[in-house]
Design a protein around this ligand. Sequence first.
Ligand code: XIL
Length: 365
Amino acid sequence: MTAYPALCSALLTAVFAAFLQGCTAPEPASGIPSLAQAYRGRLRLGAAVEPGQLNAPEGRLLAAQFNSVVAENVMKPSRIQPSENEFHFAPADAIVDFAQQHGMTVRGHTLLWYKRTPDWFWSDKDGQPASRDLVLSRLRQHIEAVVGRYKGKVYTWDVVNEVIDPAQPDCLRHDQWLQVVGPDYIDWAFRYAQAADPGARLMINDYSTTLPAKRLCLQHVVQGLLARGVPVHGVGHQMHISIFEPAVAEVDETLAVFARLGLENQITEMDMSLYQRHAYLLPDSLDRLLPLQGQRYEALMKVFLSHPELTAVTWWGISDAHTSRNAGWDWWRSDAPLLFDSQQHPKPGYWGVLKAVQGLSPSVR
Ligand code: XIL
């Protein structure tokens, strides 16, 4: 019983401290080189953003250091069309406008993801399960509306997200899309996207693409798309990784597989956890872990730079003040996976990324 007041006051102090930090978010460090500038002509560098960050110090860091943006959430189907024919474009428009004002490009994420397909897709007006034809016509209308609105403003789309499952004999995730439409839902998504904006680069995006079984399955599915003449231009590799895995050589091999198919590669959601998978505690002190993270970022960027078909690297966040690695089940961890710390100062990761490009000949793509 007597522990409660102490616990409450500790909690209140923590909440107040967090509130104060939010109110007094410091301005980003100035006087450091712009990563986007250092990589100009070689790779586009981007970060995921929520609309609320745009007019905050984080937005200024974004504009100073990166030349590409992606909406962390607000372009996902359930956010942009939460009810049938009710589009919620304003938050996504804010991100696109910000990019245009700052001369940045925009990645579109994403047109189809099983985790963010709104429920209304799956039932008809009588509340009965929607037919294949109805689901496909809704998919076409969704893609026409969203891709059409940002035509010429979003240069590349993650058309489908996380459709691969190496545990299945057909390599496809056995979700509602597969059950209701069949495997050609992927083909249709790409065809609808191309019709809506013939100039956009169209990607298939997934996580853990460096695991051999996943890589093989992704290759199998992509080869099928190409053989059927489906307009897929590239592969997005999310790259939610850690300082422990995967090996740099596995990253290189994965990129090489898709380069050999004549496809573009992009790194689309990069972050690098300091934790071992499922661990409760950090494996070492930050003094030791952060330099390791920096070395690994440098090694990975060197591999990315060695792949001429790799065109962009996007981080899943701007600074450690806001990262999906400290959300969901991992809300209690204090991961620090990005290039800037929660005060928006450069970390060893930033210097590693910069070092990887310095000393290269000025030849550009
Ligand atoms: C995540 C966002 O970061 C979270 O804010 C949201 O709650 C869930 O989605 N793979 C993806 C991204 O393709 O869209 C996910 O983003 C992270 C994993």
